[in-house]
Write a protein that binds this ligand. Structure first.
Ligand code: ADP
Ligand code: ZN
Length: 596
């Protein structure tokens, strides 16, 4: 009899379970209900796919996104599992055939859109079929307070009423305490076992850089660490998206734009290039990302500050789903804080909502300003305690902290003496003794603070002003003019001393990190075999009309290139090659290896 582990190895080609997978699969296969909270890329799908194969009948998987369903089914078919999808993208004839296959017991997994599942017609079909289990993916969609609320999800509680003996497993990557409770009550899962995994994504390296010239910084980052690799760059405005994509392309980085202002067809085309081809960078507003489960996104870069830690975590989480090293990189400056505050200020939201929004923004700014481990702070926000990670910018090159009491006093008095109506740029000119037209016009060259700060450079003053805002000694209005807060008095009087973080020196170039991660030989990234494997994968994927990663993941190709196989047996142990793929592609892989 097949066991969960033997299915993992033969069907999916993976040597071992990750985290709580084995326990969850055991529980659900045994007929238990479960709520699974696991970060993106944690491996949620196997938690219902393997029980589906172990139990009698067909598993019914509810999923809100058509593109996701299709990718999953394509991947299952590649692995030789009998799976199908029922959603609005099918014509009537095709749908009727799928329904017959389902009722006739020919399927192991059926993916269904929620609006179809709750129709009486489909329920009648369910009644005539043998259902192995119900899986409810993206279960947070049932939460009315969440950002992805789907009304049909509420009706899913009927599954339990109509089929009390069929086990149910609900899964999500985004659920704070409140949403979690809501999922359990709304789906009537009160008696379900709850599996909560750590939200840590250890393969993601977090870095937040001070913004000088964001575009150049981005280009340097891509060139040094991710040349030729896929990544997402987030910007706040559509215009900036368009400009950045065009500029990157002009610099030789193939980049495509994505935002709600583009027509549907262009958007679909750009998304499909990004998903299906190797090494495309997509520059996007936050309209992009939901439902993209491309596993080999090697970096997510932010040129603008997100709204909250939740948003930052969700967006950066799209990097490195395959578990290989990936980067979350952000450039951040005072203007970002001013801009986000202005957006909250000018929104139509009520006061309570605005207060919550300010608090969320402050938490993110705190993460950007911390001199401690980014991951520790990130996880603490989600209620997890951890110790310094060794894989974030602050751990890798700890920023120095310097006594900035005197600099803070100078900055604050420059604000005060100029009448609390100027932005950081002008104040820095005054402090550094620059006689600009503006400085002369307002007579600011006659002030005592004029030229009082020439010992620090422009860049350092910018960091000082930014930190005085984030520490709450200065307040920026919507135009960026700075005013003293009540707390500033203590600093000016000398009662409070202040330390600032000094911007970290540029981290050293880290070539070879990925190579070292993929166990084995020297750099497998280079080499003609890997190139020909990739080319073969592109052709094969195009022939089968599936994304390249559905054929094989990067990590699988890299493992093959690192240890060129001579026999089919050599391929058997490689992660990502199950029985079906070995049968289907084994010979082709051997031929490629031999040609080198
Ligand atoms: P999630 O839905 O939690 O974001 P997925 O189920 O898509 O994550 O899994 C993320 C990736 O990890 C997939 O490419 C999957 O094939 C891979 N994966 C899952 N479990 C394992 C495992 N035990 N060993 C190796 N790879 C795994
Ligand atoms: Zn760290």
């Amino acid at each position: 009899m097949a066991t969960a582990l033997s299915l993992l190895q033969t069907v999916f080609g993976y040597p071992a379970f990750r985290g709580a997978q084995a326990e969850i699969i055991d529980h659900v296969a045994g007929g238990g209900d479960a709520l699974v909270l696991m970060p993106t890329g944690g491996g949620k799908s196997l938690c219902y796919q393997i029980p589906a194969l172990l139990r009698d009948g067909c598993a019914v998987v509810v999923s809100p996104l058509i593109a996701l369903m299709q990718d999953q089914v394509a991947a299952l078919l590649e692995a030789g599992v009998s799976a199908a999808v029922l959603n609005s993208s099918l014509d009537a004839q095709h749908a009727a055939q799928t329904e017959r296959d389902f009722a006739g017991g020919k399927l192991d997994l059926l993916y269904v859109a929620p609006e179809r599942l709750v129709t009486s017609r489909f329920r009648e079909l369910l009644g005539r079929s043998r259902v192995a289990l119900f899986a409810i993916d993206e279960a947070h969609c049932v939460s009315q307070w969440g950002h992805d609320f789907r009304p049909e999800y509420i009706q899913l509680s009927m599954l339990h009423e109509q089929f009390p003996d069929v086990p149910r497993i609900a899964l999500t990557a985004t659920a704070d305490e409140l949403t979690r409770a809501e999922i359990l009550t709304r789906l009537q899962l009160e008696d379900a076992r709850v599996f909560i995994s750590s939200f840590d994504r250890p393969n993601i390296r977090y870095a937040i850089a001070e913004k000088n010239s964001a575009r150049d910084q981005l280009l340097a980052f891509i060139r040094a660490q991710h040349a030729g690799e896929a990544g997402i760059v987030y910007c706040l405005s559509r215009r900036k998206v368009d400009e950045t994509a065009a500029w990157l392309t002009a610099q030789g980085v193939p980049a495509l734009a994505y935002h709600a202002g583009l027509d549907q067809q262009t958007r679909a085309e750009h998304q499909s290039h990004f998903v299906n081809q190797d090494g495309v960078v997509i520059v996007a507003t936050i309209a992009f990302g939901m439902g993209i489960d491309k596993p080999d996104v090697r970096f997510v870069a932010h040129l603008d500050l997100p709204k909250s830690i939740e948003a930052y975590y969700q967006e950066t989480g799209r990097a490195g789903r395959d578990g290989l090293p990936a980067d979350a990189w952000m450039a951040y400056g005072l203007n970002d804080v001013v801009q986000q505050r202005r957006m909250i200020d000018e929104s139509e939201d009520d006061e309570t909502f605005k207060r919550v929004s300010y608090r969320k923004l402050d938490a993110l700014v705190g993460l950007a300003e911390t001199a401690g481990c980014r991951r520790v702070q990130l996880l603490a926000y989600f209620g997890e305690t951890s110790s310094p990670c060794g894989n974030c910018d602050n751990c890798l090159s700890p920023p120095k902290v310097w006594d900035g009491t005197e600099a803070a006093q100078k900055a604050l008095s420059a604000v005060y003496r100029t009448g609390q109506r100027f932005g950081a740029g002008h104040l820095i000119d005054v402090l550094c003794g620059k006689t600009t037209e503006r400085v002369a016009r307002f007579g600011h060259d006659l002030l005592k603070v004029f030229n009082a700060g020439a010992d620090l450079g422009d860049k350092q003053w910018r960091a000082v002003f930014r930190q005085l805002v984030t520490l709450g000694y200065l307040e920026a209005d919507t135009h960026g003019s700075l005013k003293l807060t009540d707390a500033a008095r203590g600093v000016l009087k000398g009662d409070i001393s202040i330390s600032f973080r000094e911007e970290a020196a540029k981290p050293a170039k880290r070539a070879g990190r990925r190579a070292a991660f993929v166990s084995g030989l020297t750099n497998p990234k280079a080499g003609p075999l890997l190139d020909s494997l990739r080319a073969w994968r592109s052709t094969t994927a195009a022939e089968h009309n599936v994304p390249a990663y559905v054929v094989f993941h990067d990590s699988t190709l890299e493992a093959i290139a690192a240890n060129p196989p001579r026999t089919l047996d050599d391929l058997r142990g490689i992660s990502g090659i199950g029985a079906k793929k070995l049968e289907r592609y084994g010979e082709a892989l051997l031929r490629l290896a031999k040609e080198q």
